[in-house]
Design a protein around this ligand. Sequence first.
Ligand code: PEP
Length: 261
Amino acid sequence: MRRKLVVGNWKMNGDLVRNRELLRTLSARVPDDVDCAVCVPFPYLAQAREHLSGASIALGAQDVCEFAEGAYTGEVSAAMLADFGCRYTIVGHSERRSMFGDDSTRVGRKALAAMRAGLVPILCVGESLEEHSAGRTEAVLRGQLDAVAEIVGASSLSRLVIAYEPVWAIGTGQAASPAQVQGVLSFVRGWLADRTSEAGDVRILYGGSVKPESAGPLFGLPDSDGGLIGAASLIAAQFLGICEAASVATQDNVRQFEGLK
Ligand code: PEP
């Protein structure tokens, strides 16, 4: 059984005082049957590492440079993230794709750089509202996924976490419906199965306006392994509520699994 994973993406938010409060509260209260992580802004990696030591919350970054080292002013390498204890890094978030020119080829290179440093890339894929309305969701995702597969290679696909994040659901308060999400997650699982025998081991998350109330139905879907959480990850009670929903979904999965034996 795949363990549920709940990842907070703090984006460009936080300061030393607020971070300390949030990290302290989360560290004391996350459920232990769920994998949790927070992806913090680069300057706060050291602070987060210190507060998370001994807690069962992993550390992640929100982006990584595609190059290993050298004259790349302003960039942060995967080895540097590993040095600060990161386990994950997000690559290809829609805000990076739309505002900072990260195309799918660069996203693939970032994923590869992360893997080479021993990090787990959380690869974000998702369609815009226009693409969604035109019924092009699967075609868009196929293009984003194929580009990354070409760079990392089929044998490394199982080292990814994939996050389906419809752009129209991010920060809008309008999460996709469970039926929409399951349709897309099962498409992604099928895409993986065409390329690797380990498709069943890959964790596929949903992201986009997840709140404690919507998390349960989204995390209980057959192909859902948890969520990538933006705004709600900045509020301890909400992030903990979402982790709790993942824990309940885990217990339901265990009961179903036991029932099948
Ligand atoms: C995100 O940006 O990855 C995200 C899911 O944001 P939100 O939860 O705020 O929609």
